[in-house]
Design a protein around this ligand. Sequence first.
Ligand SMILES: *[C@@H]1O[C@H](CO)[C@@H](O)[C@H](O)[C@H]1NC(C)=O
Ligand SMILES: *[C@@H]1O[C@H](CO)[C@@H](O)[C@H](O)[C@H]1NC(C)=O
Ligand SMILES: *[C@@H]1O[C@H](CO)[C@@H](O)[C@H](O)[C@H]1NC(C)=O
Ligand SMILES: *[C@@H]1O[C@H](CO)[C@@H](O)[C@H](O)[C@H]1NC(C)=O
Ligand SMILES: *[C@@H]1O[C@H](CO)[C@@H](O)[C@H](O)[C@H]1NC(C)=O
Ligand SMILES: *[C@@H]1O[C@H](CO)[C@@H](O)[C@H](O)[C@H]1NC(C)=O
Ligand SMILES: *[C@@H]1O[C@H](CO)[C@@H](O)[C@H](O)[C@H]1NC(C)=O
Length: 207
Amino acid sequence: MGTAIAANLTVIALLIASAAAYTNHTVGGDAGWFFDSATNTSAANYSSWAANKTFSLGDFLIFKTNSNQTVIQTYNETTYQSCNFDDASDNDTFQYGGGDENFGKALTVEVPLTIEGANYFFSSGDGGVQCQHGMAFEVKVAHGAGLPPSLNQPPPPPYIEPPGPDSAQPLPGTVIIAQPPGSGGFAIGANVRGGLCALFLLPLLLF
Ligand SMILES: *[C@@H]1O[C@H](CO)[C@@H](O)[C@H](O)[C@H]1NC(C)=O
Ligand SMILES: *[C@@H]1O[C@H](CO)[C@@H](O)[C@H](O)[C@H]1NC(C)=O
Ligand SMILES: *[C@@H]1O[C@H](CO)[C@@H](O)[C@H](O)[C@H]1NC(C)=O
Ligand SMILES: *[C@@H]1O[C@H](CO)[C@@H](O)[C@H](O)[C@H]1NC(C)=O
Ligand SMILES: *[C@@H]1O[C@H](CO)[C@@H](O)[C@H](O)[C@H]1NC(C)=O
Ligand SMILES: *[C@@H]1O[C@H](CO)[C@@H](O)[C@H](O)[C@H]1NC(C)=O
Ligand SMILES: *[C@@H]1O[C@H](CO)[C@@H](O)[C@H](O)[C@H]1NC(C)=O
């Protein structure tokens, strides 16, 4: 009896510990991720917002914003400093929505932190002016508890012999869900612009 209670307590403690292992950080706090083009000011000082926080693998950055801003994630400091991702490589820079033709459309962008070390974020809105005027920050991602299985790269699928000509039945279903590296599945390549494109490309990336 006592052992059972102790075991239950252990399970509860583990559940609490795993729930506490990952944090969702709302960028800019209540101010969100916004830029006022009339005054060239950002809604918050994002560098100081990030300064005293601890970011770990498996955490999410939640950008509460609208389509007047974009969310660009890069691991390339040169790209970050230039406020421009036109020449960026597809494997180190990702655009997460925004840049929609419809201005001011409400948007929540969730970016998982999947690579340790420096992660840079900026908005490419207004041709780089937003980024030059405060819509940019860096976070240092610590190992923490490591990536949760949900964000880990799936193992490569096993090789399956193609069915022979006389095989009437399809092979038992093998479902392979591919994800682009370092993403939760909704990042798109740096050279793809605009939310509409993302909507059309999403099924291609997922399958
Ligand atoms: C953090 O955000 C992700 C993505 O929306 C979600 O799946 C997860 O449940 C959230 N975690 C917490 C602790 O709120
Ligand atoms: C904002 O800054 C850009 C240069 O970075 C400048 O061209 C533009 O005129 C400024 N806009 C306002 C409203 O000050
Ligand atoms: C943001 O805060 C940092 C200190 O954390 C300061 O150095 C910087 O000048 C501030 N930026 C703006 C635009 O006020
Ligand atoms: C960060 O922490 C330092 C020392 O703990 C403090 O002086 C500074 O004001 C804090 N900055 C912010 C933006 O909270
Ligand atoms: C960073 O991106 C720039 C283009 O923005 C590229 O020239 C450079 O080679 C990249 N650096 C690394 C380390 O990939
Ligand atoms: C991106 O690809 C280049 C080669 O094309 C490689 O040198 C670089 O390490 C890659 N960067 C990342 C973050 O995978
Ligand atoms: C979005 O940008 C457009 C064009 O610059 C502007 O007219 C509109 O007021 C902005 N909307 C919001 C909510 O900032």
